[in-house]
Design a protein. Sequence first.
Length: 433
Amino acid sequence: MNVDAVVVGAGVIGSSIALELARGGRAVAVVDKAKGVGMGSTSASSAVVRFNFSTWSGVAAAWEARHYWENWADHLEADAHSQLARFHRTGLAMLDVEVAPRSVYLPYFDQAEIPYEEWDAAALARRVPGIDAGRYWPPARLTDERFWADRHGTLGAVFTPDAGFVNDPQLAARNLADAAASRGAAFLLGKAVVGVNRHAGRVTGVELADGSAINAPVVVNAAGPWSARLNALAGVGSDFTVHVRPMRQEVHHVPAPPGYNAAGGFGVVIADMDLGTYLRGEPGDAVLVGGTEPECDPLQWLDDPDEAGMQPTAELFEAQVTRAARRFPGLRVPHRPRGIVGVYDVSGDWTPIYDRTELPGFYVAIGTSGNQFKNAPLVGGFMAAIVDQVESGLDHDATPVQFVAKHTGAVIDLGAFSRKRPINEQSSGTVLG
């Protein structure tokens, strides 16, 4: 099979890249070991759309991407009868915490002209039914007596009314894949990549487990938690200053606390690093509860993403949901865990890598799990711009691509996502970036 570009990974990121490469006139093949689109870490995403990041590029990208979600059918150029993912604009309250103070991200909000409100503890309690505005930092394990200590003061929040969540992340990936397929992209599902071919110092395609090959002068690694393995097959990574590792994560589903979800709608998304958790509404008057990687909890790094147990554990369920119940005293902790498990592809500073590599023609869109679902529609444009300009002779390492956002007009320096960048010292070191 001969094409202009191969994208490895049919999640929300890979499908978006395929769409934008196809829009640019390339013949594209997408290959994924799963038998369906968006069946990897995409399907385990909480799909929260928020703007709180510790860098200008992160904030500007998230604000631009929000416009894609609000105009999803237009972005896809979908017909009126298509079944599409839906963005729910609920607003998000980022609770105050010392490791991610307002002073880090509010100047970027002002620069991007993102609407926000600054709430004190009284406003937080008034605007979010049933919430406890107490300060409990730092997060502690349930077996630690400090977890049960009384609050020491109160906290406020920064509220962004235009934040929210996408109701079905896997459907969003399928929407992007369908849009790419309508422009000629071929999706080869249930096929594993076992080799990366090269000739005369540049990539020439990939080998599949069935013995076939896809020949192409451009290969994009969007393989999620398998991305490090694919990089090894390509022999790249020696000049990376930021690396990626697979991490097991759980998100839990429980009945909502009384009054949290508005009648017929959903409550405000809560980002609560003070207790080490986050929470968003679900249909059926329920909520999803996830964690923000507090230091007291051991991270579940994996050597092999295929070895992750895919059933939620009682220990992590109890820890995360009990933390959410501390913030919402009306929330009840069920006896049996219910939720989803995913394997994330995490970079050292929780900032993704969108870049070329030392192997000409081999590109990476990796380290995206946990906080880049929101940016997926834009990431396709990022990678198409990098591929187009590097293949035309630009030295992206020396002169990074400057991406002009079509909705907001923001100029985003894609060097911020370089494989060679300094570690982001402003990062919270968690999924919140």
